[in-house]
Design a binder for this molecule. Sequence first.
Ligand SMILES: [Zn+2]
Length: 367
Amino acid sequence: MRRRIPIVILVLVALGLILAACAPKPAETVPAVKRPLVLGMHALVETDADARILAGEVPSLAKRGVNLLIVEVDYWYDYASHPELHMENPVKKETVKALLAACRAKGIRLVPQFQSLGHQSWAEKTFPLLVKYPQLDETPNKYAGNKGTDPWGTEFYCRSWCPLHPDLLPIVNDLYDELLEVFEADALHIGMDEVFIIADADCPRCAGKSTAELFARAVNDAYDHIVRKRGKEMMMWADRLIDGQATGYGLWEASMNGTDKAIDMIPRDIVMCDWHYEPKYPLQGTPKSTFPSPRIFADKGFRVLPTSFRNIDALNRFIDQSLAVPSDKVLGHVCTVWHPLGKGKYGKLRQLKAASKKIKKASTSPS
Ligand SMILES: [Zn+2]
């Protein structure tokens, strides 16, 4: 027997459905449509032994689902084009080939990284480029012992090269070329994070120029060589292209000296490795950190690789928020480690385990 439903209940149900449709939806934690996602690992090698250990770790990285390995070598590769520019016990060509073979066997894309523009020193040690060619230093006669206060009022951090020095590009492009060739790479990561020394008042070429224009010039010079001339993809750290005040990220994970305006002066096919690590940002005024930048880059047309470090709470929320951006410009996620690891350590990294779980859940297998 059909039971008659009172009209008032029908009206209430209809009203409920309309209200439910209009209510704000909770943030999605997985992409609206599953797609193949990148799970990247950034590793640092400072000696040939470090690189040999890393080659042996590739199977355990593959087991976690890593399909992109960014290997930062900077001045620790044994450059044949510039033997004067490598550090002690540099990574040898045959070790790179062993690493490459291990990656290929597991379907992992191998991308070398070379820190450009900033990060030309660490603590009291200045790296070989500015030691051998001091004229390329943005501040050659300042910050003795790599100490002092920079123009932005913070403690001196790292030296920068001068992006306008006419002797710079022939040398740096040789290093980029050699890395691309030895790694047989289809992409190069050029670093460019945390550049605090730029447009120095005492640099005869840069003084008085806009920090954004100088930063864009450095990016565009690298792009001209790597992408336009060599036909490769370019990746970079994205922090200098983000407004630190507006996003609340502050001066480390974003820019407070105007370089962020360069975001509109560079090609949109650069892959932005957008790193953020903190569980809370004081400038945001929220109990826990939020991550507006993947959407900013995606909306501008850049592909983004959100990148995290060891705070698992921040990592989980960053992955959730970035994958909720309704754009396939968000490519996946990259984990980082900032010192070389010993045998058996890479696959056990807590941050990699956490990211692996989320990315595997949100990703389909590549077709
Ligand atoms: Zn300069």
